[in-house]
Design a protein around this ligand. Structure first.
Ligand code: SAM
Length: 479
């Protein structure tokens, strides 16, 4: 027995993995691999971490294992949203989406338990511009971090909400895909997160299972007939995994779909009953943490729900202000604009009805499309989100900083940019935009958001995966 792991957990795993549990426990003593996924919509690459001979993650596009853990916090590419640091096994949702969902169609997607944003940013890279993602997180402080990570990713077809799953009733039977990456007992994160070990108990497993049941009941009602639900956890016990999938199949008529696997991946197929499929990742078989995922299809036996009508209450920016803003946009005709208090927001025209329909619900919206900023005295005071977005003009004036100055900028320190005319400039590091600065005759206004600035101690804790206690989240956090 390993003295560091709860005895009851070890007994469970010995029963679950007869003949291989020693390999499993040995793997838990190894270092957890570090991996990342590139944001391929932003055509800048992070040479800082891409150097060396890296092994690709086979079930995800543009994702790699790193040979060692660099300091992401001191990498401007991280702050530019060029990549997301994400645990490798959990990227398997890409394979589920690729094999079962027609992503060339226009889709309505809901990520119900989304913070800190690993799967939401991944989904945004998989869906097209005629699709929308609602990325939801129930815990307020975590919704803030989610909105930050979504902002970095740079897409405009996304809404971040801060709601309990129950608040989505108005959108019943409306979604092509609902992802429930559920709060769980976190057995699969034991080697990364000592808190998950300390919190584990038989009681906690039961508590998580009943919470998952509640979340899934709500989630299932939101899927449209013939639509899909992906359920995932980072734990091994059957109460939180197969039993949840079986309940959806037995009580709600969902069908859990078979996914083709390459045997070289080492993914374990689990078939809890005939024609019911789920997928398990064990650290002694796959290079990654423990993970469970299944994709289910809803029966076609009910009517599709009605998406709320486009909101008539929205304000439109004045023509004069729009003339200012348009100068900053690559393709203004592909966008719709909303005046929200002082700010001008942009959303893709192709999904503007769907997005403004959400303003007719009681959802608590934290982020809506891309914040462009505000116009004051015929000048755009650009929002940080606009710098990181994919909709701004590619040829805006920019200043390239070296690494030390880029870090100073990200720490919101005073920086010197001699020899430039007065005005707003994008700040970039090796082609990756990290924000705005306003150059004045005798100083530079660093416009990096104060609340985003690099503060080493807290940021390192967040990125090392030990964020659970600091955010008081009742959930294992693996992204
Ligand atoms: N999908 C995220 C990612 O890939 O970055 C990780 C999600 S984490 C495993 C589960 C999330 O569910 C947490 O952010 C947690 O705050 C949230 N959560 C906790 N209780 C919940 C509840 N009752 N309903 C919905 N979400 C809940």
């Amino acid at each position: 027995m390993k003295s560091t792991l709860p005895a009851a957990f070890q007994e469970r795993m010995q029963l679950k993995l007869p003949g291989e549990s020693d390999f499993f426990f040995d793997a838990l003593e190894q270092k957890a691999p570090v991996s990342f996924r590139l944001n391929h919509s932003k055509n800048n690459h992070p040479p800082t971490i891409l150097s060396g001979d890296l092994q690709a993650i086979p079930w995800a596009t543009a994702a790699w294992y790193l040979n060692e853990r660099p300091s992401f916090i001191f990498d401007p590419f991280f702050h530019a949203g060029s990549y997301y640091v994400q645990e490798a096994s959990s990227m398997f949702i890409e394979e589920l989406v690729k094999q079962h969902i027609q992503t060339e169609r226009s889709l309505k997607v809901l990520d119900l338990c989304a913070a800190p944003g690993g799967k939401s940013t991944h989904l945004l890279s998989m869906i097209n511009d005629n699709s929308i993602l609602i990325s939801n997180e129930v815990i307020g402080s975590r919704a803030t971090i989610l909105a930050e990570n979504i902002t970095r990713w740079g897409r405009s077809n996304v809404v971040v909400t801060n709601n309990d799953p129950e608040h989505f009733q108005a959108l019943e039977s409306c979604f092509d895909l609902v992802l429930v990456d559920a709060p769980c007992s976190g057995e699969g994160m034991f080697r990364k997160d000592p808190n998950a070990v300390n919190e584990w108990s038989e009681n906690h497993v039961q508590l998580c299972a009943s919470r998952q049941k509640r979340i899934l009941e709500q989630a299932a009602s939101l899927v449209k007939p013939g639509g899909h639900l992906i359920y995932s956890t980072c734990t091994y016990n059957e109460e939180e995994n197969e039993q949840q999938v079986l309940r959806l199949c037995n009580e709600q008529g969902f069908r859990s779909l078979k996914t083709m696997l390459d045997p070289a991946w080492g993914v374990t197929e689990s078939i809890p009953k005939a024609d019911t499929y789920a997928y398990r990742f064990y650290p002694h078989k796959t290079r990654g943490e423990g993970f469970f995922a299944a994709i289910l299809e809803k029966p076609e036996d009910e009517a599709e729900g009605h998406w709320p009508r486009p909101s008539k209450k929205i304000s439109i920016p004045s023509k004069k202000n729009m003339e200012v803003v348009k100068e900053y946009l690559e393709d203004p005709d592909s966008l719709r604009f909303i005046q929200h208090k002082e700010q001008i927001l942009a959303i893709p025209a192709s999904v503007s009805d769907e997005m403004t329909g959400l303003l007719n619900t009681s959802l608590h919206i934290r982020l809506f499309g891309t914040d462009l900023g505000q116009v004051m005295h015929e000048e755009l005071i650009p929002a940080h989100a606009f710098a990181l977005s994919l909709i701004r003009k590619k040829t805006l004036p920019a200043v390239s900083l070296g690494l030390d100055d880029a870090i100073a900028y990200l720490q919101k320190k005073d920086i010197k940019i001699p020899g430039y005319a007065k005005g707003w400039y994008l700040i970039d590091y090796m082609g990756a935009v990290i924000g705005w600065a306003k150059i004045l005759p005798n100083r530079v206004n660093n416009a990096y958001p104060k609340e985003w600035r690099i503060r080493l101690a807290a940021d390192d804790l967040f990125l090392s995966g030990n964020a659970r206690s600091s955010y008081a989240a009742p959930a294992a956090d693996r992204a």
